[in-house]
Design a protein around this ligand. Structure first.
Ligand SMILES: [Mg+2]
Length: 563
């Protein structure tokens, strides 16, 4: 026993050095990194699929959202909304992804991963806890598609903001009176739900294939889309490394062609190849998320006219051709992805249409593009003093309570620290924007953050960050800690004697294979020899049994785990 303790003590400095490397383990600059929720071996990936809008084509913010907002305003006025709303200007510091809109109460909610309300705003008015409790007694909401709408996409940022502007306008304009579900002016009642439906209808017109947003975008493409001259280089490298590359976008061919021609400008791309030559298979009008389910008919695009050839396409795909519609099943058939679902990585910006559906319905690996990461990381690093300040205040509270136990009747006054904490948390929120970080409020993670962690295997500000990794790279997920792990130092270890005394430690099978003597100590009846049951207990596995981590996956030639 003493020997074991000594050996363990000798090992300690090395282990501590090894496990306390923290962020120093990560060698690339934060803005160039790809972040990992689930390990992925790049060598195993055979197919890379791409969404186009906000993924390969990064729209300039806030220029593009401002354009969308202005078109929404015009259409709503055409639909009969008051001309006065044309005075609203797009404020890009307000809307963030992942918000829930409640069509019953006209509120916009920022919730955590479990549905607890973190922030609630109606129009431009932030509701206090007591006001929120009047609307939502439990301060908790559950997803109900008929009532709540979740804004998952960057496209919806202007929609969120116009909705907020309208609700604020009607709530404060003397011509209107408020009722619990909407507003009233004379004989006209508008529910929050009807306002939302109108905004949604305007959105569909503005975003239509031949609608004003797309027309204006291609008319001045430089103003609205970032051009990254490294894009052709990266896509060429994917194929040089044996990967097959496909595009699956919901945009139509004409728009896709104009945007991609701009992005893969033959003057600047060193290969002087047209954009279609960078892909093995091109699907436009994909109608995701339907594409990941039953899909639509696959038809070949007439690249001259942008129209579609007659009939369903059933032939062999040709390099340089473009197809419309189809489904993942068709893609599987034509590209052979069906054999190796986990060898497909789909890259997109839409947590639901691109990421959740491709993962849930098809088991593809996923790469989420989160342009917000640029600002999120900037605040995380530049405002680090705020995070330190919060930790210090936490420490102060811990110190106050440190020597108190249940016999103590004093009640320490921590109100000043609480006030200070609120101020620091507020300053932190505002460093991100009006509604705080897209990933958190204070120390709680947002619904958006929980979706990213659940469905995106990898995420980064841009797919371009893949330029900084070799194709032999193993993306390793960092450890996820629970409170009892993140707040208990490994140093707080027990003596070997105390450890052995803790009965739960007897669950341990660390000294594999467990000896019959020890097993009989756990439960002597397990050792009986007069039983007809073929196997009375599970023998100790002789190697790792976890299969969720691709990095630690067993090799085919490894021996069986148990006999
Ligand atoms: Mg997109």
């Amino acid at each position: 026993m003493a020997e074991t303790a000594e050996a363990s003590a000798a090992l300690r400095p090395n282990l501590e050095r090894k496990y306390s490397l923290g962020s120093h383990m990560y060698k690339r600059e934060p803005s160039k990194r790809v972040f990992v929720n689930r390990s992925l071996m790049l060598e195993k990936v055979k197919f890379f699929g791409f969404d186009m809008d906000y993924t390969l084509a990064m729209y300039k913010s806030p220029e593009y959202e401002t354009l969308g907002f202005n078109h929404l305003k015009s259409h709503l006025i055409k639909m009969g909304y008051p001309k006065a709303i044309s005075d609203f200007e797009y404020d890009h510091t307000f809307p963030i992804r992942g918000l829930w809109f409640d069509t019953h109460f006209g509120t916009l909610l920022k919730v955590d991963g479990f549905g607890n309300i973190m922030v609630c705003v109606r129009g431009f008015k932030f509701l206090r806890s007591s006001e929120i409790a009047n609307l939502y007694h439990t301060m908790f909401v559950q997803m109900d598609e008929a009532r709540f709408r979740i804004f998952n996409t960057l496209y919806e940022l202007p929609l969120i903001y116009i909705l907020v502007c309208l609700i604020d306008f009607f709530s404060n304009c003397p011509d209107y009176t408020q009722n619990p579900r909407g507003v009233k002016a004379g004989d006209v009642t508008m529910t929050y739900e009807s306002i939302f439906n109108d905004v949604n209808a305007a959105m569909e017109i503005v975003h239509a294939g031949h609608g004003p947003l797309k027309t204006d975008t291609v008319a001045d493409v430089k103003k609205y889309i970032e051009k990254d001259e490294r894009l052709p280089i990266l896509l060429s490298r994917l194929r040089e490394n044996g990967k097959k590359v496909f595009l699956a976008t919901n945009s139509d061919y004409k728009y896709t062609n104009k945007v991609m021609t701009y992005l893969f400008d033959t003057e600047t791309n060193s290969n002087k190849k047209p954009w279609v030559d960078f892909f093995d298979f091109i699907v436009v009008d994909a109608k995701k998320p339907l594409f990941f389910l039953q899909g639509t008919i696959l038809r070949e695009v007439n690249k001259e006219t942008g129209g579609l050839h007659l009939g369903t396409f059933t032939g062999k795909i040709r390099q340089g051709a473009a197809y419309s519609g189809g489904s993942v099943d068709v893609l599987n058939e034509l590209m052979g992805t069906g054999e190796s679902l986990s060898e497909v990585v789909y890259v997109g910006d839409h947590i639901f249409g691109d990421i959740l559906k491709s993962k849930k319905a098809r088991g593809w690996r996923t790469f989420l593009v989160v342009p917000e990461m640029v600002q999120e990381l900037a605040v995380w690093t530049q405002k680090s003093y705020l995070f330190s300040k919060l930790s210090e205040l936490d420490y102060e509270i811990a110190e106050i309570y440190r020597h108190l136990d249940s016999s103590d009747t004093s009640k320490p006054d921590i109100s000043k620290i609480q006030v200070e904490m609120r101020q620091v948390a507020h300053e932190m929120d505002q460093a991100y924007g009006t509604l705080g970080s897209v990933f958190r409020s204070g120390s709680r993670q947002s619904f958006f953050a929980s979706q990213v962690m659940r469905y995106a295997d990898l995420y980064a500000a841009s797919f371009m960050n893949m330029l900084y990794y070799p194709f032999s790279y193993c993306f390793r997920a960092p450890p996820m800690h629970m409170p009892h792990e993140s707040t208990v130092d490994h140093e707080a270890r027990l003596s070997e004697e105390q450890f052995r005394k803790i009965s739960l430690a007897w669950r341990s099978r660390a000294s594999a294979p467990i000896s019959p003597g020890e097993l009989s100590h756990i439960n002597p009846t397990m050792m009986r020899s007069d039983s007809n049951v073929p196997r009375l207990y599970c023998t100790t596995p002789n190697q790792l049994t976890e299969v969720a981590d691709e990095f630690l996956e067993e090799k085919a030639e490894d021996a069986a785990i148990t006999q």
